[in-house]
Design a protein around this ligand. Structure first.
Ligand code: MN
Length: 227
């Protein structure tokens, strides 16, 4: 059942995007064996942090509006979003204006996760406990699904909460402490204006040498069209 659902949800990923226009990876399902996680800072209409856990060959995804906190007193709204292909975990670049989610995407953290308890049960029940091994986020967290809102909205709202452990800290806000890519060291602005995306697809962008940290602003704020 979980697998069928995943396939359906990659169909949703596909339906929302025009792969002739966006540099995002295509809707290919991966092998169901890894346990990676990635957090992508995404400056779409509103800046948010996309939290993704690899499971069953896809990335289970939530949009965390304020970003993850290491303070157990903070409950961060995490809106469930469509499953993403595994390859998305390596995507850093710019989604063109006018396309779904238009704006720069930064790989803010990455690493591995391990479920605490049965993850299928956790997802189904809306109580998913896990441990992260990242560069900026570590330790135990829980994602808890909230009751459907009375407006009958389609959105599934969850809360991302840090558990008390050695990595927890009162008022600890890693998204304020770190504002560059964990992968390329670039700021959102450098991602937006630069053309040295580290993710390359078979749509084959030219390999451009990385720019210096204080490179002159690019002439165009837009990435070249994908075709
Ligand atoms: Mn997003």
């Amino acid at each position: 059942m979980a697998r069928g659902a995943s396939r359906d949800l990659l169909a949703e990923y596909k339906a929302k995007r025009d792969f002739g226009k966006t540099p995002e990876p295509g809707p290919k399902r991966g092998k169901a064996k890894g346990n990676s996680f990635v957090i992508q800072k995404h400056a779409a209409r509103r800046t948010h942090f996309d939290f993704r856990l690899e499971k069953d060959g896809v990335l289970k995804s939530w949009a965390v509006t304020k970003g993850p906190s290491l303070d157990p007193a903070q409950k961060r709204l995490a809106v469930r979003t469509e499953d993403h292909p595994l390859e998305y975990g390596g995507f850093e670049g710019v989604i063109p204006k006018g396309e779904y989610g238009g704006g720069p995407v930064m790989i803010w953290d990455e690493g591995t996760w391990e479920p605490i308890g049965d993850p299928d049960e956790g997802l189904a029940k809306g109580d998913l406990k896990f441990r992260l091994h990242g560069h900026r986020l570590n330790g135990d967290f829980v994602l808890v699904r909230m009751k459907k809102d009375r407006m009958g909205g389609k959105r599934e709202n969850w809360l991302l909460i840090k558990k008390g452990d050695d990595y927890a800290g009162d008022g600890s806000e890693p998204t304020e402490d770190f504002d560059t890519s964990v992968k390329s060291g670039r700021s959102m602005d450098q991602i937006l204006t630069g053309d040295s995306a580290i993710w390359t697809s078979n749509k084959a962008q030219k390999k451009t040498p990385p720019r210096g940290p204080r490179a002159a602003p690019a002439r165009s704020r837009q990435k070249p069209a994908a075709r």
